[in-house]
Design a protein around this ligand. Structure first.
Ligand SMILES: Cc1ncc(COP(=O)(O)O)c(C=O)c1O
Length: 439
């Protein structure tokens, strides 16, 4: 179905160079399995599995059927002082998949909402526990936690913050990021260097007194900043310092959840337990917007006091626990289990790592990073920063029928959790051609 320029102009597109895009738009019409179909009828391999969302491929028949059935059965029901069967079942299934001790989840509609919900939760948690002084939040440079005010305040992507600098949440500090090409370039998986950077939390705790800090939020593997795996021992050290000061630890697993790092969550993969896990994306395989905040029992339990008729946490969205989103989540979580998806993802890791690190000696490449099925190839910048990366993305799309993503000049890869090895080999041959041909 063709779109006309006026319709296209009507859509103010997110995180997009609108004028450049609209001059020569890359538009998708349909999808099936591992391929998109563009409006000019090309079959396009999706090497980004949606936007880190669609790990088991597009239009999975089980999820499609579940959504179709649900929308015809119960299209909406409020979750404020009422409930619906599907959301309750989805919550049960999600906590089954979660690490031990995470027996409660709060539904949202996106990663950004999950993050802001978690930030409000930790502030309320301390207040309910008689520690209203614990208000400071600690994020990390180059962290991405969505686009709402809480998320950009604890986030550390300076371009996303700079327009709003005076209006960010007060009382926020940032840990240093752990990316350092001089020490970690071309590390395979977790770099050996950098665990000491977690000690900055100790310095911040000394400055403000740890008793004033509510929580630390980090992505276990930073995704949007260009795949920055945690140095060996780093997350363990963060956890230890948090414990010594009574600080809660939030893992933002919007990308790393649901198999992306070869386990249900990075929490299990790294064996480091946060108090709260934020999720979205893979929760429904990207089919319907939905997020969830998973909490350890001690977090939930602390709220469950006061008179039983009183609302314990005055927070929620109209669409929290939306039945159609919940049907998609329930079906996705079942597919992950039935098809052994996380084990498949784990098996693909070596092939993926080899394919990425084959670029190590390429003259235009200055770093390669990977963890699980998250990968990045950082190109040397030429012209203005980001120009080369965007050129690569466009070349892939127009000349190689391939979707990859660029964050500035870093090419990012998020293959399907059930990718076919031959497809991955072929896709990376195209990526090589593209990089070869770039200015
Ligand atoms: C770690 C992390 N947190 C939060 C978000 C925000 O999610 P959403 O775009 O669904 O609001 C993202 C999105 O990529 C993310 O990667």
């Amino acid at each position: 179905m063709a779109v006309n320029p006026q319709e296209l102009e009507s859509f103010w597109m997110p995180f997009c160079a609108n004028r450049d895009f609209k001059a020569n738009p890359r538009i998708i019409e349909s999808a099936s399995g591992h391929y998109y179909q563009s409006v000019d009828h090309r079959k396009i391999y999706d090497l980004f599995s949606g936007l880190w969302t669609s790990g088991i491929g597009h239009c999975h028949p089980k999820i499609v059927a579940a959504v179709q059935e649900q929308v015809a059965t119960l299209d909406f029901a409020l979750s404020f002082q009422m409930g619906n069967v599907t959301a309750i079942k989805a919550a049960g299934k999600l906590t089954e998949l979660a690490p031990a001790g995470f027996n409660h989840c709060f539904f949202t509609n996106s990663g950004s909402e999950s993050v802001d919900t978690a930030l409000k939760m930790v502030l309320a948690y301390h207040r309910v526990g008689g520690h209203a002084e614990r208000t400071r939040l600690i994020g990390r440079e180059r962290g991405y936690h969505g686009v709402n005010f809480g998320g950009i305040s604890v986030g550390g992507m300076s371009p996303n913050r700079k327009m709003f600098s005076a209006n960010l949440l007060p009382g926020v500090d940032h840990l240093p990021h752990t990316h350092n090409i001089a020490h970690t370039a071309f590390s395979r998986g977790q770099p050996q260097w950098g665990a000491h950077l977690a000690d900055e939390l100790e310095r911040i705790a000394l400055l403000h007194d740890g008793s004033n800090i509510a929580a630390v939020i980090v992505e276990p593997v930073a995704g949007s900043a260009g795949v920055i795996p945690p140095p060996v021992g780093y997350l363990e050290r963060l956890r230890k310092i948090c414990d010594s000061h009574g600080i809660l630890l939030i893992f933002d697993e919007v990308i790393t959840g649901f198999g992306r790092v070869g386990d249900s969550f990075a929490t299990q993969r790294f064996g480091v337990m946060p108090d709260i896990i934020t999720t979205a994306k893979g929760l429904t395989n990207g089919v319907i917007p939905m997020g969830a905040v998973l909490v350890q029992d001690h977090v939930y339990d602390r709220f469950m006091q006061g008179p039983p008729h009183a609302i314990e946490f005055l927070h929620g969205y109209t669409y929290s626990g939306h039945p159609v989103a919940a049907a998609a989540a329930l079906a996705a979580l079942e597919v992950y289990e039935e098809e052994g998806i996380f084990a498949q993802a784990r098996e693909l890791e070596t092939l993926f790592e080899e394919a990425l690190h084959d670029f190590r000696d390429h003259p235009k490449v200055i770093d390669v990073r990977n963890f699980g099925l998250m990968g990045a190839i950082e190109l040397a910048s030429i012209g203005s920063p980001g120009e080369r990366g965007l050129a690569a993305h466009k070349k892939c799309f127009w000349e190689h029928d391939l979707v990859i993503r660029n964050g500035m000049d870093t090419l990012q890869f998020s293959p399907f959790l059930n990718s076919r090895p031959d497809d991955l080999h072929r896709a990376f041959e195209h990526v090589r051609q593209v990089i070869d041909e770039l200015d």
